[in-house]
Design a protein around this ligand. Structure first.
Ligand code: GLU
Length: 468
């Protein structure tokens, strides 16, 4: 049996990290078993679904690199098929029309609550023949009266639900539109889904879905309900805990692999290994090793992982992502040093690509102001002469590479009997605008001769203008 998994988001918002983790688990499981991964957009709630959300989900999946083998399928394109199945269930006697009005149902509920019973539909219309016609009606699934539903959940273990606990679920609304449990069942069946991996907020739907699948004579999939993700305060992870949208992590300077690595470890482990390449994940991932209990999102750990990925990934790869951030800042990375070289120079210092982009702008465009504090500390009277000497030294260099640049800075400090900081810091402020940059020789090398010399000249003029 070939494995088929699916990710089935409802397009009612951005791609949430919780959804992304479920998608990742489904994707990994299909990869591991040489199966197929389907993307299905559950857009039947016409009021809450938006094209914008669909785009956000597709963008998130693409950015994460979670490629789907089939889809995206849209449930709104499959209404005819759902009608066909609803009719089949009616014809088989596994579904029936229910004519109960809202008032009747409310009264039933109140009566049950007063009697301390669990509110549930009592099956009143099960055997009603409509003699009047034209009345408003919904379609209900005729749930079996006895027996039980057994789910051998790959994460939660065995779950047994007595059929008496389940009532007759509405599968078509009065306007004929199918409800969530029906569409999911039809799709999982038609698409041959073998493993349903989803959030455990759906675990209560599963026995109902199994009963409908059985009525349709479908093969039952394996279920794996993944526990939710909590914020540090123990409440379900939400916006108020910080970023929860996948694309927000892109905007905040995370690499997709770092987020994937973080998400795979959130509620799943393989010994005490922390770093997993995509190939590692696909090879080692096991549903049975997913934690039964909820996991807590830890932003610090994600940041640590991101830094690991920035430091250890191929610089050209990091540069491709950095390039997007540079573009967002109106910088064209072709107008300066090779971005991969900038990555190599900056990666120890920068935990996010946002930091790296902001700290690398000066390689590509002139800055408007010097950092105030740095100026006060280092642009003192006499420093113009230090910079002038450095300028002479650099101007005379035939070979603009790291080693000779290094020597000029050292020789100048020695000649002027200054410690290195007193020379390198003003120089750094002159060429970068602030007191923070990679090693000064590498910074100058990347910046190139023209920008270096021009910026030193500007700084000399600036210091002299302050002195008058
Ligand atoms: N569309 C549902 C959701 O976004 C998921 C349904 C499922 O995975 O079965 O919560």
């Amino acid at each position: 049996m070939s494995v088929i998994t699916r990710f089935a988001p409802s397009p009612t918002g951005y791609l949430h990290v919780g959804g992304a983790r479920t998608a990742l688990f489904s994707w990994l499981y299909a990869r591991k078993h040489g199966g197929r991964f389907i993307l299905r957009i559950e857009d039947t709630d016409l009021e809450r679904s938006t094209q914008e959300s669909v785009n956000a989900i597709l963008e998130g999946m693409t950015w994460l690199g979670l490629e789907y083998d089939e889809g995206p399928f849209y449930q709104t394109h499959r209404f005819d098929r759902y009608q066909q199945v609803i009719q089949q269930l009616l014809d088989q006697g596994d579904a029936y029309y229910c004519y109960c009005s809202r008032e009747e149902l409310d009264a039933l509920r109140e009566r049950q609550m007063a009697d301390k019973e669990k509110p549930r539909y009592d099956g009143k219309c099960r055997d009603v023949e409509d003699n009047e016609g034209g009345r408003e009606r919904v379609v209900r699934f005729r749930n079996p009266d006895d027996g039980e539903v057994v789910i051998d959940d790959r994460v939660k273990g065995r779950i047994v639900v007595a059929n008496q606990e389940l009532d007759d679920l509405i599968i078509a609304r009065s306007d004929g539109s199918p409800t969530y449990n029906l569409t999911v069942v039809v799709d999982d069946m038609d698409m041959g889904v073998t493993h349903v991996i989803r959030g455990d907020d759906h675990v209560n739907n599963t026995p109902r879905q199994i009963n409908i699948l059985k009525a349709l004579g479908a093969q039952l999939p394996v279920y794996a309900h993944v526990p939710m993700i909590l914020g540090p305060d123990g409440a379900r992870l939400s916006k108020r805990h910080g970023a929860v949208s996948v694309m927000q992590y892109r905007d905040d300077g995370y690499l997709p692999e770092a987020l994937l690595n973080y998400l795979v470890r959130l509620g799943w482990s393989h010994g005490d290994q922390e770093l997993f390449s995509i190939d590692d994940m696909a090879r080692l991932f096991e549903l049975d090793k997913v934690n039964v209990s909820a996991s807590t999102f830890n932003t610090e750990k994600l940041l640590w992982l991101n830094h690991q990925y920035i430091m250890n990934s191929d610089p050209a790869h990091v540069a491709r992502h950095l390039s997007w951030h540079m573009g967002e800042r109106g910088v064209d990375p072709s107008q300066g040093p090779d971005l991969a070289e900038v990555v190599k120079a900056q990666r120890e210092r920068c935990k996010t690509l946002v930091d790296m982009a902001n700290d690398s702008l000066y390689f590509y465009r002139d800055f408007d102001n010097y950092d105030d504090k740095a100026v006060k500390k280092h642009f003192k009277a006499g420093v113009d002469d230090v910079l002038q000497q450095l300028h002479h030294g650099f101007e005379a260099l035939a070979d603009w590479s790291v080693e000779p640049l290094h020597r000029v800075v050292h020789d100048t400090a020695e000649r002027l009997q200054l410690n290195l900081g007193k020379v390198a810091q003003p120089l750094r402020i002159a060429v970068c605008g602030s007191g923070a940059s990679p090693a000064i020789d590498i910074t100058l090398f990347l910046l190139g001769r023209d920008k270096t010399l021009a910026r030193i000249e500007t700084a000399i003029a600036y210091i002299r203008s302050m002195a008058v």
